[in-house]
Structures are given as C-alpha cells and as structure tokens.
Ligand binder design. Structure first.
Ligand code: PMP
Length: 762
C-alpha cells in the first residue's frame, strides 16, 4: 500500500468518525506519536493524532480533552479544541495500517513557534502572563486521571532518575547532573510536601508555545499534564527560554515578572526555582542520553542536547543565591541586604585569634561552591584558580555522597576491622612504586610530616634533619622545626640544632641559574653536610617548593641528593601534600618527575578533597622498625568515612582523567602566561608544572628585584574581579595558581585575560 492509500484511508476514517471532508494530509515530525496536519475542502486546518489503542490513552485523551474545552472557554483561540467524534467521545478507534489505533482531532492554531521567533523582553513577559493565566484556569480543573498520573518528565520525581545517571557516558558532564541531584535532595525534596499543587501543562518548551505579533498567542501539547507543585510550570518554561542566552537570569526575570503579575508567586517557590531549572536540564540530558544509547543513529537527539548542556555549564557557575535574588527582584519581593563583612570580621575576632589570617584587602565571605567556582554570601561567583584542597572540584558529588553514605552507616576507628581501611590502603598504594607498600593514615599534612620525621628518627636512630630553604611542612612543634618558611620568619624561633638547611636549588633566583643546575646544587649541599655525615636521619623536601613561590627543584637535584643521604644512613622524604595526586600533570607524584623513589612520602590536602585526611606512605622495612612496642593510634586516621572519601577522590581522578587535564590545561595556561610575559617584562618567571603554577613579578630583569607591590595589587584586583589567586615566596612576589583539577582552558583564558587587562592599567 503506498502513501496515497494511507492518506485515503485516513480521510475515510476522519469522514466516517468526525464528519470531516479532508482534502490534504501531511505527516508532521513528532517526538513520540504520529501527528498529521489535515486540511478540509474549505481550507480549515486540523491536527490529527494517532496513538496506540490502549485503555490508558483513551482515558488520558478524555481527561485532556475535557480540560482543553474548559481552557478554550476561558480564552478562545489560545488553546486547541478537541473535536468530538460521532460516538460522542473525543476519539475514534480504527484499524489503520498495522492494527488498532486511536485517532483524535484538534483544531489548528496559527502562529510561529516560540523557538523560531525573535525574543524580546515584551515577548518573554507576555509568555509569563499567558502561562499564569493558563495556570489560573488549570487550577480550577479536576481530573482524577491526571492527578493519578506519574511520568518521568515530572520534576517532583526527579530523584527517581538517579539510577539512569550512567546513561551520560562522559564523566566530566555526568558530574554536573550528579551534583544537581544532591542539591535537589538537600534543598527541594524536603520542601515538596509544602508546595501548592495543581494540574499543570508541564511542558511549556519552546516548541509548545506559539507567537503572533510579538506576543504569546497559544499553547499546545497538553500531553504531559500532571498534578504537581505549581512552580514546576515556570521552571520548565524558564529552562527552555534561557537556551542560547548570554545572560540567562536576565531573560528569566522577564517571564517571572509577567507570571507574578497575574498569579503571584510565593517566596518559597522562587527560592526553589534555581534547583528545579537545574533538575529539568538534568532530566532532559539524562533522558536524551538514554535515547541515544538505545538509538545511537539518532543524530537529532545529540544535537538537541547541546543547548541543555550549554545552559548546564552556565548554570553551574551561577550561585543559587544570585538566582534567588534575581528571581525575587523580578517578582518585586525584597531581598536581603548585602552581607556586612566588617561585622563578620568583628565577630570572628571576638572568638578567634587574629593569628589566623584572612586573605585579601577586602575579605571574602564564602557560602557555597561547585567544582571550580565559589559563591560568596552575596551570590557572586568567584573563579577559583587557587584552592588545591578541593582537588577534584568543590562539592564533587561522588565525594559528597561517599561521605554522606558512610557517615550514615558506620564511622569508627582502626581498632576494629572494617573493609574500607584495607580497600583504601590497597587502592592508594597501587599508585606508588613497589618498595612503598605501607600506609599510616592521619588527619592532616602536619600530622603526616610530624609522623614521617618521627618514623625516620626511629628507623635510623639518628636525629638530624635536612630541610629545604623556604620549605613548609606543618604547624605542629616538629612541623615548624622543619619548616624554614616558619622558623626563620617573623615570630619564628630560628633554626634548631638538629636542623640543617639545604639552599633552595632555584634556577631563577638561586646561586646557579643554568637549566640543569641540579647536580651543582647537590654538590653544594654535599659540602654543607660533610660535618654532619653519618648523623643525618632524613632529608625532607617538596619536589616543587610551594611556599618558596612554586620553585621546582632544579632538574637532577633529587637524583643526586637522595643517594647521598641514603649512603650516610638517612632516609629521604618527599612532601607530596601539594604536588601529589596528578596535579603536576606529567606524573601522579612530584618525585616521579625527578626520577627518584623516596623512602617516605607525606600526603595531605587533596587526598580527601577537603575532608581532613593525611597519610605517610613508606617501605615495609621502615614501617616494621616503627612497630617497636609503642602503639600507633590516630583516633580519626583511617576511619571508614575518610577511607570512602579517599577512594572516591581516587576514582574521580581516574574517571575524569584529571591528571591528563592538569597537563593539557596547565600547558595551555602556561603558554598564555608566557605570551603575556613577552609583552610585560615585569613578569620575571613562569614556573611549575601542570596545574601547579607560579608567576614571579620583578621590577628589573637585570637585578630581579622583586615586585611585591605589583603581585599584591594583582592578587587584590583579581579578587575584585572575582578570580581567586594567592601570593607567596620569600618576597611575596609570586602569584600562585593551583586550582581544582577540573579547571579548563576557558577558565585559563579568563584568568590571563583579566591579568592582561589589569597590567594594562599599571
Ligand atoms: N606540607 C605542605 C607542603 C603543605 O603545603 C602543608 C599545608 N600548607 C602541609 C604540609 C601541612 O598540611 P596541613 O595544613 O594539612 O596540616
């Protein structure tokens, strides 16, 4: 049977059942069902829909048609009418091509799709007004069929979709959706019972809204109606209206203003909108990803995902507080005053010592964060180019959920057996070269370096420790003893007798400046250590000296120094608190870049993504010597919650290929900075590796006189422009950048672009 025969058959069905004399039949592209545009002999147009002949569909069409009739009475011409068939129902049943189906006929509405028209503030406002008028009318309707209906595309059941998260195959994209699941669970789910509910259209997307003369002129497709929190209506409408907009909140405000004028919104509803929009975007990408998996050939699904992903990427960088503020302002609801930083500082200093410093001339009060973005108490978004503790990204959902889940299950200490301790130890140790096969868990980098030194002294029965100039390893008494950065600075008690200081092998500012000066610095150290030969317990250093201003140890340095220390009976400790876990891009650990294997490794900061975990990793031999009768016990070290979190961090580093990202983004970032250096001789040096970078500012390229003022100026100006960096180094003249490892090229452009803009003003 060819197409014309089908058309003829359809015409007959429509004549017989709806008494329509159809002249032309034109099939339309539809999401799920078959739709036809049909025209009768006098030019009237209709939409004819063909659906499977199920009892559910019949009941649904009856309910929907009744509601449409009611709506059409309230605003004639704005809604389609459902035509009655001869059987007095709004449908007929027939055996069409492949068996029994049902047909329904709806009147035709003229207009251009909202998606295909030019968006203006007036149009968006009229959209809000129309939506509110429709919702006011829908509120009056009652349908047990719609009320009892439960469909996937209903935001109140968003959490049910979490099991489908893995349909999103790219982990770097999946994490955003996962993040919004957690946000929904925290902020929306508990409020659901308190929200006013109504029957809603539930799919006011840009293909379901018609426009004429710059105003919304009709709403179509009531096939997704549900009984749900009213605010979901607006959430769906806003989502699609914000597609492809540079400033989505601005456009959302027009719709909200229009809606609120007709149907006043409640404060609570406006407070949840941000999360509901995120949920609708997430729902859209999950369900279309599922569609793609089931039907990989469908390119349309892939293309149609793009605007949703683009908006999700923008949404993640918008503070929920800023969105709430803008939404409330649009509805004329007063918003809280700006936070009073001075008052906060006073309160803090009333209870907490000023010895704890606060960054920036204008301190920042933080409220929340997401991946590489931090949000202050006023809803501003800061690009975080500085914090390395949230290694895999602030509030990474996998880490958050690992902690929450285990905290609800069991948290105890290492005096009991539980699976997580050995599982995490195994997973972590797999990242180390063979001789490093024992781990001791503690709660901070300081505790780890303290323990590492104690272990070295026990193992070697020697006391002296060689430390790196400008190095920092911790705040405990022992930690300060081994941190030149502390003991030799203001308030420091000076170098203790058992401490020996190694000159920093810095090829930029140090004594030997040739590229491969490592061996020369090692020789220099060898000479210095001669008098203490045989009495050195340990040498401790970071592969890139963070507090020294991100100074990489000169190439080849550790390769010479380690054997030298070991030969006289000491051990070598690598502090990987800053440089570990893939940050330097080229290697997972900083010591690997120097082609050495330490005897002891100190871990901290990034290990728990902000959860306090530290560790000492060492050899069997050293671990055994430490087992000398005195128990080692850390109340929190290695508890099951910490272990679960630590495992989640390792998983994320792997699945999101963050080491690779650190390498690629870091190289790109450095290249941009080097290009800038060519224009601005005040940039003396760009150094570091991967996403562990330092930019040193100088006054004079010949003398390398440090330009502390400029570094401070830039740090504070960047902060005013919502970019977080810090300064360090012996002259505080080095800008340090060590962002969360999901930092991307676009973020690098933002930072370097702003630095350039600021340098132009100097
Ligand atoms: N080692 C290094 C290299 C560090 O940078 C730090 C912290 N800045 C520590 C040790 C101490 O870690 P924590 O602050 O967790 O005690």
């Amino acid at each position: 049977m060819d197409l014309r025969d089908n058309d003829k058959k359809l015409k007959n069905i429509l004549k017989e059942n709806f008494n329509l004399d159809i002249a032309t039949v034109h099939q339309l592209v539809g999401y799920a069902n078959l739709n036809y545009k049909v025209t009768d002999t006098i030019g009237n147009k209709y939409i004819c829909k063909e659906l499977p002949a199920t009892r559910f569909n019949k009941e649904l069409i009856a309910a929907e048609s009744t509601i449409l009739r009611q709506l059409a009475e309230s605003q004639p011409g704005f809604y389609q009418k459902s035509l009655r068939a001869r059987n007095n129902e709004f449908l007929c049943e027939d055996s069409y091509i492949n068996g029994p189906v049902i047909f329904r006929v709806l009147s035709w509405l003229d207009g251009i799709f909202f998606k295909e028209t030019n968006h203006t503030p007036d149009l968006l406002k009229s959209f809000g007004q129309s939506l509110a008028r429709m919702d006011l009318e829908l509120k009056k309707t009652a349908s047990i069929v719609i009320r009892a209906r439960q469909i996937e595309w209903d935001l109140q059941y968003f959490l049910n979709l979490q099991g489908k998260l893995n349909h999103i195959s790219d982990p770097s994209l999946r994490k955003m959706v996962y993040y919004f699941f957690i946000q929904f669970k925290e902020f929306v789910f508990p409020e659901l019972p308190h929200l006013r509910k109504s029957i809603i259209h539930n799919d006011a997307n840009d293909w379901n809204v018609l426009v004429q003369d710059g105003k919304v002129s009709g709403m179509i497709d009531f096939g997704d109606m549900v009984y749900a929190p009213l605010i979901q209506e607006l959430a769906v409408a806003l989502t699609y209206s914000m597609f492809r907009k540079d400033d989505p909140l601005k456009w959302a405000a027009y719709i909200i203003a229009g809606y609120h004028e007709i149907l006043p919104l409640e404060e609570k509803e406006l407070e949840l909108l941000y999360y509901l929009i995120a949920a609708r975007l997430s729902m859209s990408v999950i369900l279309s990803s599922e569609g793609i998996q089931n039907n990989p050939e469908n390119e349309y699904l892939l293309i149609s995902q793009k605007p949703a992903w683009d908006l999700l990427n923008k949404w993640i960088a918008i503070s929920p507080d800023m969105a709430e503020k803008k939404f409330k302002e649009a509805a004329g609801i007063s918003v809280p005053e700006k936070s009073d930083i001075q008052k906060d500082l006073e309160k803090r200093h009333h209870f907490v010592s000023k010895v704890l410093s606060v960054s920036y001339d204008k301190p920042v009060k933080m409220k929340r964060a997401a991946f590489q973005y931090m949000f202050d108490a006023d809803g501003n978004t800061f690009l975080d180019a500085y914090n390395n503790i949230p290694h895999v990204g602030h509030q990474h959902p996998k880490v958050v959920e690992a902690g929450q889940r285990q905290m609800a299950l069991l948290n105890t200490n290492t005096r009991y057996l539980y699976d997580q301790l050995a599982a995490y130890a195994e997973k972590l140790l797999a990242k180390f070269p063979t001789p490093l096969n024992k781990v001791f868990f503690v709660n901070s980098g300081s505790a780890a370096s303290d323990l590492a030194i104690r272990m070295a002294q026990t193992y070697t029965s020697k006391q002296n420790i060689v430390v790196m100039e400008h190095g920092y390893h911790g705040h405990t008494r022992l930690g300060v003893d081994i941190s030149h950065y502390k003991f030799s600075s203001m308030g420091g008690a000076g170098q203790k007798d058992y401490i020996l200081k190694a000159p920093i092998p810095d090829t930029y500012r140090g004594e030997f400046r040739e590229k491969n000066a490592g061996a020369r610095y090692a020789d220099q150290l060898n000479d210095l250590l001669k008098p203490a030969e045989g009495q050195i317990a340990a040498f401790i250093a970071e592969p890139i000296v963070g507090c020294g201003g991100q100074v990489p140890l000169a190439p080849g340095y550790l390769k010479e120094v380690y054997p030298m220390i070991q030969k006289q009976g000491g051990v070598c400790i690598s502090d990987e608190v800053q440089t570990g876990f893939g940050r330097i891009g080229t290697h997972f650990w900083g010591f690997e870049a120097q082609e050495v294997i330490p005897d002891i490794v100190v871990l901290g900061k990034p290990m728990g993504n902000g959860h306090p975990i530290g560790a000492v990793v060492t050899t069997d031999e050293i671990a055994n010597s430490f087992d000398n009768g005195m128990e080692f016990f850390s109340s929190f070290g290695g508890n099951p919650v910490s272990c679960e979190i630590g495992m989640a961090v390792l998983d994320v580093i792997e699945e999101e290929q963050l080491q690779q990202n650190a390498l690629e983004t870091g190289n790109y970032f450095s290249k941009l900075l080097c290009d800038l250096q060519n224009q601005y001789p005040v940039i003396g040096d760009i150094r570091g590796s991967g996403l562990f970078l330092g930019v040193e500012f100088i006054k004079d390229p010949d003398t390398l006189e440090p330009n502390t003022e400029l570094a401070q100026f830039l740090k504070n100006k960047l902060r005013e422009n919502f970019i977080l960096v810090s300064t360090d180094g012996p002259y505080d003249s080095v800008i340090k950048m060590k962002p969360p490892m999901c930092f991307n090229k676009f973020n690098s452009d933002e930072v370097v672009g702003m630095v350039e803009k600021l340098l132009k003003t100097c």
